[in-house]
Write a protein that binds this ligand. Structure first.
Ligand SMILES: [Zn+2]
Length: 354
């Protein structure tokens, strides 16, 4: 029997209009720093009148933004951090909450010169897009523009104390954002299901999540509230699963490809998925249970329906980029992929999506 351990936020809350409950779920008497996406700053400021509202952080979370946030949090003597936004916002909040009580800069922890010893201050994560799963994971992805390095800061104790998933926060978000974050969630759910590190517990969650996202994603892109709720729930479940099981080669390749060609993460995953899955087919009979017969055709139909491209032609992926992508794709995700992929397999995958 396989050994495994499961780490999840201490308190997971899912449901419509739950954000208004947030003040009641915070530690009594805490001094709050709120990191928010730009469209919900007003709302969060009204909800938490005493909170310090942080300046916005950028997408592809820059190290510099987290550094500024940490200085602000320490000078304001913050004892609880809440993040209401997409992946970068949650990763920024997660990092700052871990580092507030410690000495040293974000950079020192990012490059391993200092180690996170344990639990930071209280941290609550409230996603406003359905896709990243960052409310469930114990890592934060940060980019250092000075060196071009994009990597995770991680510690088991960085897992949120409270993950509050209110699907109403996703209502009305633009179709392209919904499509790319939703495909990220779908690909994550499938990769988590096929991962070498998956187990019965995680697979039972990620597989249902994949089916639910696949069924409702087109409706969510059209802003149907019931479909939005279903995709938000699927994305949350996916986060729980892949925080334990890891992902696969789509994510391994998507990271360097996204950084060199500036492709949004969800789009990179969505486009790479069929080419990678063709190599996983001997291990991937489960795709028929998720998508039905002819799984990759069904997938392509959904991709077109959601307005996403079938290749990276518009992003200028060229043979010159292959070397960088092949050198930088051998991450933890790659090691979880069921099929072993050689450098020439990766090059052949890139040929199919050029
Ligand atoms: Zn992803």
């Amino acid at each position: 029997m396989q050994h495994y351990s499961i780490a999840v936020p201490r308190n997971i809350q899912f449901g419509e209009n739950l954000l208004q409950e947030l003040p009641l779920l915070l530690p009594p008497g805490c001094r709050v720093l709120a990191v928010c996406g730009s469209h919900c700053r007003r709302r969060v400021a009204d909800l938490l009148p005493g909170a310090v509202i942080a300046p916005p952080v950028r997408a592809e979370l820059p190290l510099e933004d987290v550094e500024n946030l940490l200085q602000l949090a320490r000078s304001e003597k913050i004892t609880a951090v809440i993040a209401v936004g997409g992946g970068s916002v949650m990763d920024a909040g997660k990092t700052v909450a871990a580092l507030i009580p410690l000495e040293g800069s974000v950079k020192e922890y990012f490059y391993g010169e200092r180690k996170i010893p344990g639990k930071g201050v209280f941290f609550a994560a409230c996603p406003t897009t359905s896709g990243t799963g960052a409310e469930m994971t114990s890592n934060a992805v940060i980019c250092d523009a000075a060196t071009g390095i994009k990597q995770s800061l991680r510690h088991p104790e960085m897992t949120a104390d409270l993950a509050l998933v209110d699907p109403v926060l996703t209502y009305g978000s633009p179709a392209d954002v919904t499509a790319s974050s939703g495909f990220d969630a779908l690909v994550q759910a499938v990769e988590a299901t096929l991962s070498r590190k998956a187990n019965t517990f995680t697979r039972s969650i990620s597989m249902i999540a994949a089916m639910q996202i696949f069924e409702h994603l087109a409706g969510a892109v059209e802003d149907d509230p019931q479909a939005r709720n279903a995709v938000a729930e699927g994305s949350m479940m996916t986060g729980i699963a892949f925080a334990q099981s890891g992902l696969g080669a789509v994510h391994g390749i998507a990271h360097p490809l996204g950084s060199i060609c500036r492709v949004p993460h969800g789009v990179a995953c969505a486009v790479l998925f069929p080419a990678v899955m063709r190599r996983n087919m001997p291990y991937a009979r489960i795709l028929n249970d998720i998508f039905g017969s002819d799984p990759l055709e069904k997938y392509q139909i959904l991709l077109r329906k959601c307005g996403l491209p079938g290749s990276f032609r518009d992003y200028g992926l060229k043979k010159d980029h292959y070397d960088f992508i092949i050198r930088n794709c051998r991450s933890g995700s790659m090691k979880c992929n069921p099929a072993d992929l050689s450098d020439s397999d990766v090059a052949a995958i890139l040929d199919e999506v050029c």
